[in-house]
Ligand binder design. Structure first.
Ligand code: NAP
Ligand code: GCO
Length: 271
């Protein structure tokens, strides 16, 4: 009979090395901070030296000694070289968070194919490239956790975000496929689907109007969210630690929506 015990140490990330992409600020920064607080060594990348240095200074302010690399997630050779360098300088990556992402809000018929491709390249192709770079060493080490940052748009559409929705829907299926293909190697690949979170990416949707009133989209999101508020990056910390820890070792191919209830809600009934 297997012993049935539970200890909070199952949630500890002590001794683990975590790579979080695009984590100089925003959601990636919050997840990396949570991982550091749970005991992990933090590695992150961003596209420019300036952003990486800004990130390093921000981590230092939190008492976190992070390792930062300049690398674009869409550059396959660059990513392969960065992962090799991390393995030599820090160690084998135990946890990968595919966080880097962009959005373009343009009506579909006005969007150029080049812009559509750019979003797909960063939000979908890059998680494939980075995952592919870390999986062989995870297999050799005997375990690994991959967490893909999905979206409400992995499930829902809305005006102006065709490329983003296509990418995040695809990322949900890439998540399930990695789980299917590498689950037997003790790799768990899951997604987090954040609801509407207050970060620079969503700042244009929250801008105060000239008359001081809230942006109509801001009001729409508050009404659409049972929690009646925007999410904070802090809200993603616990779920991200869970999916990176031993506590989730039998959770695979799952998308954990952290959305204040948006996906459960039909919307406010008329007065
Ligand atoms: P953010 O504030 O815009 O941060 C995104 C980060 O990714 C930035 O540091 C950005 O650097 C970096 N990045 C962009 N392109 C990159 C590339 N090619 N290579 C490396 N790094 C790159 O966004 P966020 O709101 O924190 O979002 C993080 C993730 O969560 C994204 O995948 C986003 O789609 C997803 N998400 C966000 C929300 C939300 O409500 N905020 C909800 C659901 C999902 P730059 O400054 O150079 O662009
Ligand atoms: C938008 C938003 C969203 C969020 C998020 C929702 O314009 O609708 O930017 O797409 O960023 O991904 O989960």
């Amino acid at each position: 009979m297997t012993t049935q015990t539970f200890s909070l140490s199952q949630f500890s990330l002590k001794g683990k090395i975590a790579l979080i992409t695009g984590a100089s600020y925003g959601i990636g920064f919050a997840i990396a901070t949570a991982y550091a607080n749970a005991g992990a060594t933090i590695v992150f990348n961003d596209v420019t030296r300036e952003l990486v240095d800004k990130g390093l200074a921000a981590y230092k302010k939190q008492g976190i000694d992070a390792h930062g690399y300049v690398c674009d997630v869409t550059d396959e050779d660059g990513i392969n070289a960065m992962v090799k360098q991390i393995e030599q300088e820090v160690g084998i990556i135990d946890i990968l968070v595919n966080n880097a992402g962009i959005i373009r809000r343009v009506p579909m018929c006005e969007m150029s194919a080049a812009d559509f491709r750019k979003v797909i390249d960063i939000d979908l192709n890059a998680p494939f490239i980075v995952s592919k770079a870390v999986i062989p060493s995870m297999i050799a080490k005997g375990h690994g956790k991959i967490i893909n940052i999905c979206s409400m748009m992995s499930e829902l559409g809305r005006e102006t975000v065709s490329a983003y929705a296509a990418a995040k829907g695809g990322l949900k299926m890439l998540t399930r496929n990695i789980a299917s293909e590498y689950g037997s190697a003790n790799i768990q690949c899951n997604g987090i689907g954040p609801g509407y979170i207050a970060t620079p990416q969503t700042a244009p949707l929250r801008e105060l109007q000239a008359d001081g009133s809230r942006h109509p989209f801001d009001q729409f999101i508050i009404a659409k969210t049972p929690a009646a508020r925007w999410g904070e990056t802090q809200d993603l910390m616990g779920p991200a630690v869970f999916l990176a820890s031993d506590a989730s070792d039998f959770v695979n191919g799952h998308i954990l929506y952290v959305d204040g209830g948006i996906l459960a809600y039909i919307g406010k009934q008329p007065e």
